[in-house]
Design a protein around this ligand. Sequence first.
Ligand code: PMP
Length: 315
Amino acid sequence: MPVSEPKSKIRESEWIWKDGAFVPWEEAQVHLLSTAVQFGTSIFEGVRGYPTDEGLALFRLHDHLRRLVDSCRVYRMVPEHDLSSLVDACVQTVTRNRLNSCYLRPMVLRGYGAPGLHPFDSPIETWIAAFPWGTYLGEGALENGVDVCVSSWSRAAPNTYPMAAKAGGHYVNAQLMKMEAVTNGYADAIALGPEGRVSEGIGQNLFLVRDETLITPVLDGTSLAGITRHAVLQLADDLGIRVREQPVPRETLYMADELFFTGTAAEITPIRSVDRIQIGTGTMGPITKAIQDRFMDLVHGRIADPRGWRTLVPE
Ligand code: PMP
């Protein structure tokens, strides 16, 4: 019998921002024949907000919205709101919903209008939702790690889908990977690029540790330039940990002393096995732990924020 993940339903909040006004959660609808629904042109972001002593802090909000606008540019669908208006709108969305921790989902999509594949006659709509979301890869994942496989599906070649842009349509590939992994009893999967080298996780980037050096695959046009990945590279530097970005052959995974995922949803999730081969001691390794602690201290406001990565939301 295939193993399936426990059912998880989105936890609703009250209000969703749409192009300058708030609509009730249940009224935030798009037409069936919107271009985004038919053909996948929904550009999106995921941002986490954490409780701190001074109130909720959104982590790297500006960087996420910059990536949103960059992704939109690739798809020729630049929103009518500039970056600073989007920042304000995100903050308002959290305040309006009275959330003290949240996941923010800004989206820019092609709405209803054009009948076919020439989308310019479909309007560009901007939406921002915020809702509570716990640990992405299940209870205990952050402490105990997860069991993953290498997916039998690959990422597409560069210059097919622009993977550095975060577009809904790209995630049909991700869903194939996730369904296969979960059906086979794994929490998640590692995606290989078209030439068989390690690309990233399904919705996360990946790091490995070998001989006290932190290694992550180069950004080669098959993966997303994760904002958490970037943060981890900086935090490792702060901690005096050696870091290398390099091409990663698949077999290197099984030889790693430690492995972990990074992402807004996944945060810093240790990986304890790949294809049922145990990684290191099968528990969170010391470098993963140091990075995870530093990351959690930073996002929860327990240490200084010299890079200005936290945006405090007024209560
Ligand atoms: N890769 C993919 C495919 C993703 O969807 C995500 C999540 N946004 C990541 C990596 C991690 O990116 P970030 O750290 O910016 O959330």
